[in-house]
Each structure stands twice: as C-alpha cells, then as structure tokens.
Design a protein. Structure first.
Length: 274
C-alpha cells in the first residue's frame, strides 16, 4: 500500500503560451501537446475505474486499499484539471483535439464491460505513464528551452505518475484479475495508445505547418528512437510488464521522490492519507 499526497501546483496557467511552447521545437511541442490532449478523458476513466473496482472488493481489502485509492483519485483529478487548462490554450491556438473525442467514444462503447477489464486497462496505461514519467525525470532536456512554469508542470506530473504507479495494479490483483487478461489488455492498450498519440501528433504538426519539414522528423528521432529515447530506451520496461510476477513496485521511483523533495516550494499539500 502507498500513501499518496494530493498537491496543488503553484504555477500560473492563465497566461497563454506559443504553439511551439517546448523550446521552439515543432515536434516536441506537437508530441507533448498530443499527450496532454489525452489526459483529461483518460484520467477521468482511471478515477472511475479504480473507484468502481474498489467497491467490488471484500471489506478487508477495501479498507486496506481505500486510502491509496483516495490519494490516487485526488492526484488524477488535479492532473485532469491542470491539463484541461493547458489544453484550453491549445484550443485557442486552433488545435483540434480529435484524440479526446475518439477516446470518449471508445470508452462509451466499452462501458458495459466487466469492471476488471477497465481496471486492467487503467493498470496498463498507468505502466506507460510511469515509465515515460521516469524517463522525463531522467531526461529534463526533453523540455530544454521551455519556460519554467511549463517545465514544472510536466515534471510535477511525471513525479506523481511515478509515485502512484501501483494503485490500479493493486486493485486488479485484489479483484483476482487473471494474468492472461492483464497481458491481453496490455497489448491492446499498447496499440491504442501509440495509434492515438501518433494520429494527434500528426494533426498537430499539420496545423503548425511543420509536418513535412526535415527538422521535425530529426527531432522526432532524437526524442523517441535514439539510443535512450523515450520509446527505444523504455523497451525493457515495457517488456517487464509481461512477466508473470511483475509488480509496479519493482520499478525505481527514487527520481520521483527526489524531484518532489527538491521542488517542494512549487506546490502546496491539500490532501493527506486518511
């Protein structure tokens, strides 16, 4: 069980930012904007899933995990609100969040499925966000040249994603979810996650006018597919999820804890474990 603290980020998100907000780099800006566009609808789904999963548990398990779920929901609700503000600026810049509409329809079409499927999907997606979050904390140069408030936003989000990486997985295990379904859903989420982000990134680049520029794809290679890029460098962590005895607690979360210690003046604590 993990004690999760709910924090309020002390940055100004009322001031607009430019289209190429990530250090003037067209691809980095388009890619991270696509990620942000996925967050509000995704995080609402995560919150709904773990709360529904918790309700199905016998009383001893429910009591054991209730505080962790409370902290998880508090953190994800904060992420949802902050990224909705971030996405509002993107909308004013003319970006069309097709990803959100597609994801919302997909979730509606699958709402009738067993709650264990939803919790498994949450656990799988949380694994992606956790390994990418740790990568971000290892590679702050992915935000090089970005104004400080936006760097703080992305690194704070990364730190909290790493911090709560076990919650949905713990709920799924407590629900006696099977390993075969866990892996089946993980592979499905892998395909959907990358398809959604790729589609939205391309749309963002088209809107920006940089889709067919060589510099755009040179930046994409460096960010994603270089030796320690976000995708290539995380292959082993992605693969680790498929081990029969995998648990998210096996992952190193020390960088998350260190960032939160070093940047405690950037947020206030609004919720403690009960």
């Amino acid at each position: 069980m993990t004690d999760l603290v709910v924090r309020r980020l002390l940055i100004d998100l009322t001031t607009p930012f430019p289209s190429r907000w990530n250090g003037g780099d067209a691809f980095r800006s388009a890619f991270f904007s696509a990620l942000s566009m996925s967050f509000p609808v995704g995080e609402q789904f995560f919150m709904d899933s773990v709360r529904a999963g918790l309700k199905t548990l016998p009383e001893p398990d429910r009591q054991r995990l209730a505080s962790e779920v409370q902290g998880f929901v508090g953190q994800e609700a904060t992420h949802r609100r902050i990224h909705a503000l971030f996405n509002g600026h993107l909308e004013k810049l003319g970006y069309d969040n097709v990803l959100e509409r597609r994801a919302a329809k997909r979730l509606k079409d699958n709402a009738h499925r067993d709650v264990r499927i939803h919790v498994a999907a949450t656990a799988a997606t949380e694994h992606f966000t956790a390994i990418f979050a740790d990568w971000m904390l290892r590679h702050p140069e992915a935000l090089e040249g970005t104004e400080q408030r936006l760097q703080t936003l992305w690194l704070w989000h990364s730190a909290e994603e790493s911090e709560h990486c076990s919650t949905a997985f713990d709920i799924y295990q407590a629900m006696k979810g099977g390993n075969a379904w866990r892996l089946r859903i993980f592979r499905y989420i892998t395909i959907v996650f990358f398809a959604d982000i790729t589609r939205q990134t391309v749309r963002n680049l088209w809107h920006d006018g940089s889709l067919f520029q060589w510099s755009t794809w040179r930046s994409a290679y460096r960010l994603l597919f270089s030796k320690d890029g976000m995708i290539r460098g995380n292959y082993q962590q992605w693969k680790a999820y498929q081990a029969p005895d995998f648990h998210p607690s096996q992952q190193d979360t020390s960088r998350s804890a260190q960032w939160l210690r070093d940047n405690s003046t950037q947020f206030s604590v609004v919720g403690q474990p009960s």
